[in-house]
Design a protein around this ligand. Structure first.
Ligand SMILES: [Zn+2]
Length: 495
């Protein structure tokens, strides 16, 4: 007789919500060709990320059967949208629970999450999803999840789920690896070989994401310390959530989670060690990256070009809509040449270009960008020539040559350029530019810094504390009391 199969339900629900943006993330944003996805289509959705690692590893085990329950993929707005509507959350959560019940019974559930989703009327959406899944599958079924380290999570999630695995690197190099771990540990738990015990410790530190690069100390040291614990104590897994401060939700800030195999004392010991390490290094953590004003940053870029320290990456880390024109305006004002600006988000302009059938060689004279909200600034008039207009990834990309060999790329949605190869797909020779102005906080380091490509890196933000700023006390929080967090208040830790 064949051994009965281990049946695992697989679900996906992920967003990193900037609640200060004024465009809600709606039901329609999650619906596009390919999304929602179910069955094999869901399992194949993100082959190099958490989902890919989970599916590959789960199928290394004999008799494991995966069922992709209908789930939305990332919304088409990417990370450039605000509050997820209650309708969107309720629609998909409802369909997920119905799907689980329809395909029952399961031995395990895998939740492929992010952790920084913010839903109107649902304070802790990932924990709420876990609670509903727990209610649907009963107390004996194991629930495992993967998370981005930007997740805002407190004790609530592991009250309903059994296991969580978060990435340790920012840029997030280890998504696939965490998916693999989730699969292996979930199957072991189902087989009775792993007894998940855990501790969650909140550490009252809040930080803007641009500072959280794990290529520099002390953020690098935190990850290293977690890796050391995992290396010396078999079956121990450590998550350090750096948190995502641009979601106005009650569980922002840093959180440590430790998972052990039936050893609560060890979980407690490791958790306390990591939490104490964070607290000890808190001051240095907030000084790990230098941020310049825009005019100063552009002037420094010009100096770097004059001094031959090229290519220069000039990153407006704070632009959350993609439409911000502050850097573009300053590049023109200071007369930079041989500069690539990638990208300015402008759905109207790209729609107009599409309608006109814009093509190479056409002249271009339009106001671009700005207006999304005050953080985006005002539009900038660009006169030049269209070098290329192509459709890809569900949007139009228009490359406009202007000024002294400058190139502006317009996009329909917010685009975070992380790798040079993503621009090479447009047929551009990135390596020929002296200055590359992008919208990214840390992810660009995978393609521009970690490999030694950029000789100068300048992170900039506008003078005003707009959304996306490093000065979190300039943000209109309603659900977060900053005085309870270092560096804005003087919290006592451990409490
Ligand atoms: Zn992240």
């Amino acid at each position: 007789m064949n051994k009965p199969a281990i049946r695992i339900a697989v679900l996906h629900f992920a967003h990193e919500t900037v609640t200060f943006l004024n465009n809600d993330t709606t039901l329609a944003d999650f619906i596009y060709p390919g999304s929602p996805a179910s069955g094999e289509a869901l399992l194949r959705a993100y082959p190099k990320s958490y989902m890919g690692g989970f599916v590959k590893m789960a199928r290394e085990f004999d008799g494991v059967e995966l069922t992709g329950i209908e789930s939305p993929l990332w919304p088409k707005t990417g990370i450039g949208s605000g509050w997820v509507t209650e309708q969107a959350f309720e629609t998909f959560a409802g369909r997920m629970i119905a799907g689980i019940k329809a395909e029952a019974a399961f031995d395990g559930v895998y939740l492929c999450l992010h952790g920084a989703m913010a839903v109107r009327g649902v304070p802790r959406p990932e924990a709420e999803l876990a609670r509903r899944v727990r209610e649907a599958v009963g107390p004996k079924v194991f629930i495992a999840a993967t998370f981005d380290l930007h997740g805002n999570e407190d004790e609530a999630f592991l009250r309903y789920a059994d296991m969580a695995f978060a990435v340790k690197y920012f840029p997030h190099y280890d998504e696939y690896l965490q998916g693999e771990r989730a699969a292996r540990t979930l199957v072991r738990a189902i087989r009775g070989d792993y007894k998940p015990t855990h501790v969650t410790i909140r550490v009252p530190v809040i930080s803007p994401t641009v500072l959280q690069w794990t290529g520099a100390s002390p953020w690098m040291d935190l990850g290293q310390r977690a890796l050391v614990w995992e290396a010396r104590e078999p079956d121990t897994y450590v998550n350090i959530f750096f948190g995502f401060p641009f979601a106005d939700v009650p569980d922002v800030g840093m959180t440590v989670q430790v998972l052990t195999n039936g050893n609560p004392e060890l979980a407690e010991q490791v958790g306390r060690d990591l939490a104490a390490t964070i607290w000890r290094r808190r001051e240095a953590m907030l000084k790990s990256t230098k941020i310049h004003g825009i005019a100063e940053g552009v002037a420094l870029a010009k100096q770097a070009v004059a001094g031959g320290k090229t290519p220069v990456v000039l990153a407006d880390h704070s632009d959350r809509s993609g439409s911000a024109t502050w850097v573009l305006r300053e590049i023109i004002a200071q007369g930079l040449s041989n500069t690539l600006i990638a990208t300015i988000t402008d759905a109207k302009a790209t729609a107009k270009l599409k309608a006109m059938g814009a093509k190479e060689g056409d002249s271009f004279d339009m106001d671009v960008g700005g207006l999304a909200d005050e953080s985006a600034g005002s539009p900038v008039r660009i006169q030049g020539t269209i070098l290329r207009a192509v459709e890809g990834h569900g949007q139009l990309w228009a490359c406009v040559r202007f000024g002294q060999n400058n190139l502006l790329i317009l996009s329909t949605y917010l685009v975070q350029i992380m790798k040079r190869s993503s621009l090479k797909a447009l047929g551009l020779d990135i390596d020929s530019f002296d200055v590359i102005a992008i919208k990214s906080r840390v992810h660009f380091r995978r393609g521009f810094d970690d490999n030694g490509f950029a000789k100068t890196i300048l992170l900039v933000e506008p003078e005003q504390p707009f959304l996306g700023t490093t000065r979190l006390d300039g943000l209109p929080y309603e659900n977060v009391d900053l005085s309870k967090f270092y560096p804005y208040g003087d919290p006592v830790f451990p409490a």
